[in-house]
Design a protein around this ligand. Structure first.
Ligand code: G6P
Ligand code: ZN
Length: 542
């Protein structure tokens, strides 16, 4: 029943920041998904008879890809697969299921916040036994294998019914279709004071959660409406759809505009939040108060001890390099280490496993902790709600208090999307070529004191990751960072991260655009963005 199929390599299967992401049409080519899945299996050792977790965000191609993965897992010798009912598992729930079931690893089928549908994106990511994304040495091995692969193994079998919970057999392998929500919701209930949050909601506190027609719908309905008692309708766009209702399921101010407008209206709820396609990102907006992801990380770290799961305090805080330094000031005051890693959640895994960090976060709207090994959108919302419930203050009041204590890191990210790859590479090469000559020179942003290409040495295993983004540091502590996105599927995306620190005695109430204008001009002067990209303005500002 096991078929060995001859194949030839595809040259474009290098995993990016977060797995392999391509257009559905690319994935739907004969052998394309199979080659990648076999390359994953070929790069792993010792999984015979072990458990694999499989699930995805419900996007177009999810169900078909899961059937392929099941048949290939059976043909390659896995003993058991746990798959979410309907093919659904949010990324953090998949991480939790891998950990709690003692699985060998998992395949998460998602392109995260990228749009879904026949003309949009699909993705496959391999997570290791700690529940987190495979580290670079594994993704490098997978990539190397994709370039030499000449056959894959697949079982000839009928499809599994993904909609009925229960156990069945595929060849010698057991397939368990499991409830994707309950285990995860139980974990949240252990970490947070559902009694206090529920009492706050019963007392009239109002919230809105936008699932963006993506995977968090069933999780959010169970947690916010059923377990915490928020009225039905609190969860907006709560049914996962294969094309996300034509929305772009990225919880930022552009794509979550419906929520943003609601939160800025005169009758706004007290608290608003959204999550992305696969449930690992979050957007937090208080009534009339948007919270940047970098600030959210800092506030969560400063107040985490108010939630039962973190009452012992934090072992350390980790943030990706482009994320603002707001969390650094919190770490300093708490007297715990702060780790600065390259972009990509996979870099946090070792720190969490080693007990060196408890809370991690990124400017790209991800925050999480050592409860799983992925960032976790609903977790971040619940920690915020727990903090609000204990402090009995609005989000705006908590932010004002935070800045008055630590100072404010004004921050924005400017994205230039779908640039021709050679132009984007040329811009970065030109910048890298002049790094040594920049310190001591001045421009609209002030005087540059340091410039480098960020490199990271993992403190747990000594592995080095180089060329992780160009940093330009100014004498007053301001910073401009340039890097190319590793998650796009069309051309290149240039990300420019702009940050300016204002001490507690400075002006904490500036409009972000005004505070950052000189640095935006400096970024243009330094990198000739309009010259290389032909674009006068970024496509997205977050
Ligand atoms: C994914 C990863 C994150 C990363 C983000 C941005 O969401 O899980 O860890 O920060 O992509 O990546 P990019 O390379 O597009 O800036
Ligand atoms: Zn995501």
């Amino acid at each position: 029943m096991i078929q060995t199929v001859s194949t030839t390599p595809f040259t474009d299967q290098k995993p990016g920041t977060s797995g392999l992401r391509k257009k559905v049409k690319v994935f739907a080519q004969p052998h394309y998904a199979e080659n990648f899945v076999q390359s994953v299996f070929d790069s792993l050792d010792g999984f015979a008879g072990q458990t694999l977790v499989v699930g995805g965000d419900g996007r177009y191609l999810n169900r078909e890809a899961i059937q392929i993965v099941l048949k290939m897992a059976a043909a390659n010798g896995f003993g058991r697969v746990l798959v979410g009912q309907g093919g659904i598992l949010s990324t953090p729930a998949a991480s939790h299921l891998i950990r709690s079931s003692g699985a060998f690893g998992g395949l998460v089928l998602s392109a995260s916040h990228n749009p879904g549908g026949p003309d949009e994106d699909f993705g496959i990511k391999y997570n290791v036994g700690n529940g987190g994304p495979a580290p670079e040495k594994v993704t490098d091995a997978i990539h190397a294998r994709t370039l030499t692969i000449d056959q894959y193994r697949i079982l000839q079998a009928v499809d599994i019914d993904l909609d009925s919970i229960g156990t069945s057999r595929m060849g010698d392998m057991l397939v368990e279709v499991v409830d994707p929500v309950t285990l995860y919701a139980d974990l949240m209930e252990q970490l947070f004071d559902f009694g206090a949050i529920g009492a706050m909601i019963a007392g009239g506190f109002t919230l809105a959660f936008d699932s963006m027609s993506a995977v968090t719908g069933p999780y959010a309905v169970e947690i916010f409406e059923r377990r915490l008692g928020a009225p039905s309708g609190t969860v907006m766009n709560g049914t996962p759809l294969p094309d996300f209702g034509h929305h772009h399921p990225d919880p930022n101010l552009v794509h979550a505009k419906e929520l943003y407008d609601k939160m800025m209206a005169t009758d706004a709820p007290d608290f608003g939040a959204a999550s992305d396609g696969d449930g690992d990102r979050n957007l937090i907006i208080g009534r009339h108060c948007y919270v940047t992801p970098s600030d959210s990380l800092a506030v969560l770290a400063a107040n985490a001890h108010l939630a039962p799961g973190y009452k012992a305090g934090l072992k350390g805080i980790a943030r990706s390099m482009p994320t603002s330094g707001a969390a650094d000031r919190v770490a300093e005051r708490l007297g715990v280490p702060l780790y600065e890693t390259p972009t990509g959640w996979k870099f946090f895994g070792n720190l969490l496993d080693a007990g060196m960090a408890t809370i991690c976060g990124e400017e790209s709207a991800g925050t999480g902790s050592d409860h799983v090994r992925e960032k976790d959108g609903i977790w971040a919302v619940l920690l915020w709600l727990n903090i609000v419930a204990v402090r009995q203050q609005s989000v705006a009041a908590i932010m004002a208090d935070h800045w008055a204590t630590y100072g404010r890191n004004y921050y924005a990210r400017h994205d230039y999307e779908a640039i021709a790859t050679d132009r984007a590479d040329a811009l970065m090469a030109a910048l890298r070529g002049k790094l040594d000559s920049l310190p001591g020179t001045g421009n609209s942003g002030g005087t540059i004191c340091a410039a480098d290409d960020f490199a990271y040495t993992d403190p747990t295993d000594g592995s080095v990751s180089s060329h992780q983004g160009v940093r330009i540091l100014f004498e007053d502590g301001s910073r401009v960072v340039f890097r190319l996105s590793g998650t796009g599927t069309q051309g290149a995306t240039l990300r420019v991260y702009i940050e300016r620190y204002m001490a507690p005695d400075g002006d904490l109430k500036l409009a972000t655009g005004d505070a950052l204008a000189p640095l935006v001009a400096a970024a243009q002067e330094l990198a000739d963005i309009s010259g290389y990209t032909g674009m006068d303005a970024p496509s997205v500002i977050t």
